[in-house]
Design a protein around this ligand. Structure first.
Ligand code: 9YW
Length: 417
């Protein structure tokens, strides 16, 4: 896509651009002012796709800034605290990390690997050198995942619910139940000062989120120490399928650019084999499980449908998608409405997220599943009616969470609009 003169823009496109520009803090964007005042990892990757529609150089910068926070280990943090902001908890003092810039100590789904290859494709002449400079860093991040975030069955797991990007999804309930956070200490939440508490994770969840952070901090955020004795390890389709996609895209783009692709094909094959571990045979869909005891979540979530984005054919998942779209007019819901744990407005236990829809819709279309286009149409409709908010009630479409949200605006520009 090229630079359209402002006069040719639809009102919606102009509004989406204005959100990206307003959330730009100089080299990086915040997900939304107030609630999320720092640079978040996968939010930035989506932001880059939005910027790419009108300022490709700025799009590259977003991802480059993200990688400026990469740790020596290869891990790229889920939050970079570029400038202190008292409006968010837990801040850098709680995480106690020592990367090149103040950051959290966990990662997030590595969609930046894939989206960097899209920036390259948008203008190979402009992007070749920038891509080549990022490439070893991206490979190092992928290597880190393969080394530290894979269980015995080859599935990619998360060590904190925040790492998956789906904070309070039912996927974590079993592992969270095993945590006794009574020594978590006093803390003050900030999220519920920005948006209604009924739409946010509960205190039960938050105590455990903070407890897990403090525990990993006590281990010095050392991968080997955390691998020894980890109270929370859940195999996660979000992480698995986005990494699979990222490695596949790096392999293709790296080869085309004449870069060193040694080992990438093996990594991809390992992830393809590991994907089978995420298929819940009792339910007949992709699911998460607690690595400590093998217990399935039995949850049909929007992450279940990332199988296509990961590159699987998975034709059997088409019927599941049809079922949830029948039940949720403004889907794809983050949890199937016929699941008793469904909660239409509570974050990752029901609401629709536009950026998940983009990956689901694109992946489905790539695998020849007609409903991919339906997902796009519904995303367009819900954003068109209710605006660029954080997420939506999947039954009524009602706007929820933060307003003027970066990734919702970006997904409009890159895909839905
Ligand atoms: C947190 C910023 C982030 C997203 C996550 C979402 C939420 C809260 O907001 O996380 O404190 O990290 O669950 O996916 O990246 O939009």
């Amino acid at each position: 896509e090229t630079l359209a003169p402002a006069a040719d823009l639809s009102e919606r496109d102009a509004a989406a651009r204005a959100i990206l520009i307003a959330n730009d803090r100089g080299g990086y964007t915040v997900p939304t002012a107030g609630l999320y005042p720092y640079q978040w990892n996968w939010d930035s990757a989506f932001a880059a796709l939005g910027f790419a529609r009108f300022d490709l150089a700025r799009a590259w910068e977003e991802i480059e800034t993200l990688f400026s926070g990469q740790w020596d280990s290869g891990m790229v943090p889920h939050i970079l605290f570029h400038k202190p902001d008292p409006g968010y908890f837990p801040g850098p003092d709680v995480w106690g990390c020592s990367g090149p810039i103040a950051s959290s100590g966990i990662t997030q789904p590595p969609v930046a690997l894939s989206f960097a290859t899209r920036l390259l494709a948008a203008d190979p002449a402009l992007g070749a050198a920038r891509f080549a400079a990022l490439y070893p860093k991206m490979r190092k991040w992928a290597d880190w995942f393969l080394r530290w975030r894979r269980d015995e069955k080859g599935a990619v797991f998360v060590i904190h619910p925040w790492e998956s990007g789906r904070d309070n999804a039912p996927d974590w309930d079993n592992a969270m139940d095993a945590i006794d956070p009574q020594d978590v200490g006093y803390y003050e939440r900030r999220d519920t000062q920005h948006v209604d508490a009924s739409m946010r994770p509960t205190k039960y969840d938050y105590d455990r989120y903070i407890w897990l952070v403090k525990r990993a901090r006590a281990l010095g955020w050392d991968d080997a120490a955390m691998a020894q004795d980890n109270p929370f390890r859940v195999a996660d389709p979000t992480m698995h399928f986005t990494l699979m996609r990222g490695v596949r895209d790096l392999l293709a783009a790296g080869a085309a650019q004449g870069l060193d692709v040694d080992g990438l094909a093996d990594q991809l094959a390992a992830l393809e084999a590991g994907a089978q571990a995420l298929f819940n045979p009792g339910m007949g869909f992709y699911d998460s499980y607690n690595c400590a005891n093998g217990i399935w979540s039995n949850a049909l979530t929007n992450a279940s449908f990332l199988c296509w984005f990961g590159g699987l054919k998975a034709p059997e998942m088409g019927a599941h998608l049809a079922r949830v779209l029948d039940a949720a007019p403004y889907g794809v819901p983050s949890l199937a409405p016929f699941d008793p744990r469904f909660d239409a407005m509570r974050y990752w236990r029901g609401p629709t997220w536009a950026m998940m829809n983009m990956m689901i819709g694109e992946g489905a279309s790539e695998q020849g599943i007609a409903l991919g286009e339906e997902v796009r149409a519904r995303t367009r409709e819900v954003i068109g009616k209710y605006g660029f908010v954080e997420y939506f009630d999947p039954m009524t479409g009602a706007a929820a969470g933060g307003k003027a949200f970066t990734w919702t605006a970006a997904v409009w520009l890159a895909w839905a609009g």
